[in-house]
Design a protein around this ligand. Sequence first.
Ligand SMILES: *[C@@H]1O[C@H](CO)[C@@H](O)[C@H](O)[C@H]1NC(C)=O
Length: 364
Amino acid sequence: MEVLLFSSIIILAVTSTVTSCSPSDRAALLDFKAALKEPYLGLLDSWTGPDCCQNWYGVSCDPTTGRVADISLRGESEDPIFEKSGRTGFMTGSLSPSLCSLDRLTTLVVADWKGISGEIPACVTTLPHLRILDLVGNQISGGMPANIGQLSRLTVLNVADNLITGSIPASIINLKSLMHLDLSNNRLSGTLPADLGKLTMMSRALLSRNQLTGSIPSSLANIYRLADLDLSMNRISGPIPAELGNMRVLSTLKLDSNQISGSIPASLFSNPGLSIINVSRNNLEGTIPDVFGPKSYFTALDLSYNNLKGSVPKSMSNAKYIGHMDLSHNHLCGSIPASSAFDHLDASSFTSNDCLCGMPLRTC
Ligand SMILES: *[C@@H]1O[C@H](CO)[C@@H](O)[C@H](O)[C@H]1NC(C)=O
């Protein structure tokens, strides 16, 4: 009985769907379009006619339901339309809350249009299927929606390169599927949620170039998939949690241009996976931990512009490789250990210390 009913519904659907686009979704898309202006390429001119699932630029639907699943509008893309026109995308206007009636939406990408302003409609947090929210590279202002944590399926949250203010909503820690968080280059203030470490699916957390204050939550060390942590160019203070050095897959740690104090935990330098460390331009003090070894492999190690004292650790000369190293502008003293790992470095890596000597500086 149920099977029969089900198959007759399918037959009905197949036979009766000349247009697959849901009329309410079509209306929502047209409202969304009306709030935007893309003057050069006319991409949104394709949003016309009854079937929003066919040839509407950047729109795709679930073929079985005829519901809009993806809006993917990228102002910088490989699309031949951009190549032919010889320009990148430019769009003004704002994101209409009418979007929020597209309740089967899984992907919302409105990226790199440079001119889209207004706020992120708070109602996006009611889109239960949303997996990707990518609004990078616009002029979006206002705060992050307070209820962002409701988006339990969200894997990508990228609102970088906008003008977003306010603090990081506390609810963000409920985004249990989140893998990629990019809030870089906005005007976010306030502190990092202490329990940010609950986002255990996260592999990249990029929060640089904001006005974030407070200290680095040690809970971040619980994010065992985290490969890339960038908190650079904020106003973060307090110490570097030693736990960060125990993270198994962390490979890039950028904490530069903050107000971080205390000494550098030895665990950072003894972690064989961490290959890019930038702690330049902070208030770090103490000595450089003498824990380098044959497994030490750094593509970049920048400790410049701090208050480090003591000598260049002897063990550094055992490092397998240190590509770009900068120890300049500290208070280091003593002789630089001779090492093939340093052969390619010039004086600028060691300059402006108290009394360093030896190659590549003057002989002791
Ligand atoms: C480290 O950060 C500083 C300051 O933010 C920057 O000037 C420098 O280029 C960075 N170092 C590396 C190796 O990227």
